[in-house]
Write a protein that binds this ligand. Structure first.
Ligand code: EPS
Length: 348
């Protein structure tokens, strides 16, 4: 079983990730992690922080000569903007952020204490963990990608860029929809046997945990609600050369909580970032008088980056499901178990 633990404040010394349960014998170079960290920083509409940071992982443990040892892998990504002790007090909660609920829950008198950990900077650690998991999945031919489908209701590169520019000029922010696709997932990951073993439940949990993600759908998703069953279920065919196959993938690669061998397709909505340069009404938490919400340096649009983070969250869930199915200690053993299973499936 894979377990992850992350730590770090947005302007603290750095972000930390520990991944336990990686099998021994997997080749991992820091470069592979850094490549994913760089993808997370990209996208039109990112804020000034991304110009300051150049996120790079230091591998602290779990590897020797670039090979995993089967022991916990610990990663450290240092923050360049690490002035947490010197940052000003925040007194007007931003609608949409964790600010107010966090302040009340933990009994703070400065919203800064909330926003430092609630910040989406925490996704640095998610992506670092995801990069390790992705390396494992690649050994089995599993490939994860993402793309932006729309921003502010508009599709197409030029329209999306124009929408983000419009948000910038108005001191506003804008959200959108991204799609994650996972190819070459073997049939049989996850199970219907318990709710918490369903692959879609686990993937949904991973993606909805990303700050700012509000909805998620698999395959046809909400489209199922407006169709007859005969129109949307993926009919089953068989041929000697292909075995069982489908001509459609409305299920998005998962039936009954189990991967069915088709690509896994997930779409999710990332809400507009809640820090607005032209802020909404709020209340000063010290004197309870009307105040404008706090204005912090932030991003305008992070839909592309959210896709990269969602890929990483999926990589963790799928790597865990793969290890559960095929064994967990030694990559070589896992590969032989995988080969023998695939052979059985091919002749089923
Ligand atoms: C982020 C770092 C943060 C924000 C952003 C994501 O850095 P700073 O607060 O110093 O500008 O840019 O966080 C949020 C949008 C948020 O709502 O918390 C990052 O590394 O992705």
């Amino acid at each position: 079983m894979l377990r992850q633990l992350t730590a770090g404040e947005s302007h603290g010394k750095g972000m930390i990730a520990i991944l336990e349960g990686m099998p021994a014998g997997l080749k991992v170079e820091a470069q592979a992690i850094n490549k994913e960290l760089k993808r997370r920083q990209a996208g039109f509409g990112r804020g000034r922080r991304m110009k300051i940071e150049n996120d790079r992982a230091e591998i602290i443990s779990g590897l020797k000569n670039n090979l995993t040892l089967g022991s916990p892998v610990a990663l450290l990504i240092r923050n360049k903007d690490a002035g947490i002790e010197k940052l000003h007090k925040v007194t007007a909660a931003r609608p949409g952020h964790a600010d107010l609920a966090g302040l009340l829950k933990y009994g703070f008198s400065d919203i800064r204490e909330v926003l430092e950990r609630a910040s989406a900077r925490s996704t640095v650690a998610t992506v670092a963990v995801g990069a390790l998991c992705r390396k494992l999945l690649n050994e089995f031919g599993i490939i994860i990608s993402s793309r932006v489908l729309s921003v502010g209701g508009l599709c197409g590169r030029a329209e999306i860029k124009a929408r983000i520019k419009e948000a910038i000029s108005k001191g506003d922010t804008v959200g959108g929809i991204f799609e994650v696709t996972v190819k070459h997932v073997p049939v049989g990951l996850g199970s219907y046997a318990q709710p918490d073993r369903r692959l879609d439940s686990l993937l949904a949990s991973g993606i909805i945990s990303i700050p700012g993600v509000k909805t998620i759908e698999f395959g046809l998703g909400f489209g199922y609600a407006v169709s007859f069953g005969s129109e949307v279920h993926d009919a089953i065919y068989y041929s000697k050369s292909r075995g069982y196959f489908r001509q459609t993938n409305n299920a998005g690669g998962i039936e009954g909580g189990i991967s069915n061998g088709q690509p896994i397709v997930i779409r999710a909505c990332m809400k507009p970032i809640s820090t607005l340069m032209n802020p909404l009404d709020s209340v000063n938490i010290q004197n309870k008088k009307v105040a404008k919400a706090a204005v912090e340096r932030s991003d305008i649009c992070v839909v592309e980056a959210a896709g990269v983070v969602a890929e990483s969250a999926c990589a963790f869930v799928l790597a865990d499901a793969l290890l559960e199915k095929f064994g967990s200690d030694c990559l070589q053993d896992i590969k032989s178990s995988y080969r023998s299973y695939m052979h059985r499936i091919a002749h089923a």
